[in-house]
Design a protein around this ligand. Structure first.
Ligand SMILES: [Zn+2]
Length: 368
């Protein structure tokens, strides 16, 4: 097999030295990199196993920095993950390697967008960023349906753009507001916990995900129903989501697994205990991923099982139940009922931060 590797070399002049910036191409390897720069393979063999592993997964398009003096190798910087890079230094005829943090340039930017077509398009047209609308959607996901956003909605975003050699590596939204004649929402990144809150210190995200899986349809809601197998009227104390066997099931909130196993009628199940007296049940599972056991703490969104057909079931579906202080409640009601609000010291710190931020950025706070 012949691999065609094209290296783009951008020469720079830096004092008496020369800096080459090489773009990592698909199928390019660290071994090839050493060969191309006439560096000994021992550099690779002397690295720790976890660094070697990372070097096997350098992303296409990464920029490698090579410093030369009179065409002789002096130094190289190779990014190995989002935060670190491998530094290779030639001293006399020896090579030293170090792991050093990647230095990014950060620029603060402000964008004002009026929705004329649809969100992705309008944000891209104004800012040139594909990432920005994704980040915005993630912040307001529980509040706004961006697919149905009214025309002429005004969006303001203040964000930090992290770049390396002129290429945008990441974006962090510090503030965003979305307003139209129907609603006005604001989101501030709280520097103390890295989460988004509105101007009244209420979390933008509910404590729960809207649903524990991607589903095709709901086959049974919470309430009295004629049982499809037992043919008697019974309380259905959860909600049934239909999809294919094997569909990943996610924990709807952070919590601790308190049960994993077979429950009569429910088949293979998982129960998770959450804060504020909540417990969630995921039943009729096909199987569980590795590392799911009683006592394990799981994060919101973590896969805790796969959709199945076990127990008393009429076909592949997830039975999802929510218990609040010992009583089953309608899972569709939790979406907005359990929002986190900052209190006490945390609230004070956050409010004084946003007051300062708003003043610096010239934002009028819509405090209630
Ligand atoms: Zn059910």
């Amino acid at each position: 097999m012949k691999k065609i590797i094209v290296l783009i070399l951008i020469p720079f002049v830096l004092f008496a030295y020369k800096v080459d910036i090489l773009t990592w191409k698909t199928h390019y390897t660290f071994y090839q990199f050493l060969k191309d720069n006439k560096l000994p393979v021992s550099i690779y063999y002397n690295l720790k196993p976890n660094i070697k592993r990372k070097l096997r997964h350098i992303l296409t398009g990464e920029k490698i920095f090579i410093l030369k003096n009179n065409n002789s190798f002096k130094q190289a910087l190779i990014p190995i993950d989002a935060n670190n890079q491998l530094q290779i230094i030639k001293i006399n005829n020896n090579y030293i390697t170090k792991i050093v943090p990647i230095i990014y340039d950060t620029f603060q930017k402000k964008a004002q967008i009026i929705i004329k077509h649809y969100l992705n398009y309008d944000v891209y047209k104004t800012t040139g960023s594909m990432l920005l609308s994704r980040k915005l959607i993630a912040i307001f996901n529980d509040k706004i349906n961006f697919r149905k956003i009214p025309k002429n909605t005004k969006i303001t975003i203040i964000y930090n753009e992290k770049t390396r050699f002129g290429k945008v590596k990441n974006i962090k939204i510090l503030f965003a507001s979305v307003s139209n004649r129907y609603y006005h929402y604001e989101a501030f990144l709280n520097p103390y916990d890295n989460k988004y809150y509105d101007q009244n210190a209420r979390s933008l995200r509910g404590m729960f995900l809207p649903a524990p899986l991607k589903y095709k349809r709901i086959s049974s809601y919470f309430g009295m129903r004629l049982h499809p197998i037992l043919h008697v009227w019974r309380m259905h104390d959860g909600i049934d989501y239909v999809n294919k066997i094997g569909t990943p099931i996610h924990a709807v909130a952070d919590g601790k697994i308190i049960y994993k196993g077979w429950i009569r009628g429910y088949g293979k199940s998982v129960e998770i205990k959450h804060k504020d007296g909540y417990m969630t049940l995921y039943a009729h599972l096909h199987s569980w991923p590795r590392g799911i056991y009683v006592g394990k703490w799981v994060k919101q969104g973590q896969v805790i099982g796969y959709l199945g057909d076990t127990g008393l079931s009429t076909g592949p579906h997830l039975h999802f139940g929510v218990m609040h202080y010992g009583r089953w409640i309608n899972p569709l009601k939790i979406k907005n009922s359990a929002r986190i609000t900052l209190w006490g010291k945390k609230r004070k710190k956050f409010l004084s931060y946003i007051k300062k931020f708003a003043k610096e950025q010239n934002i009028a706070l819509a405090l209630k």
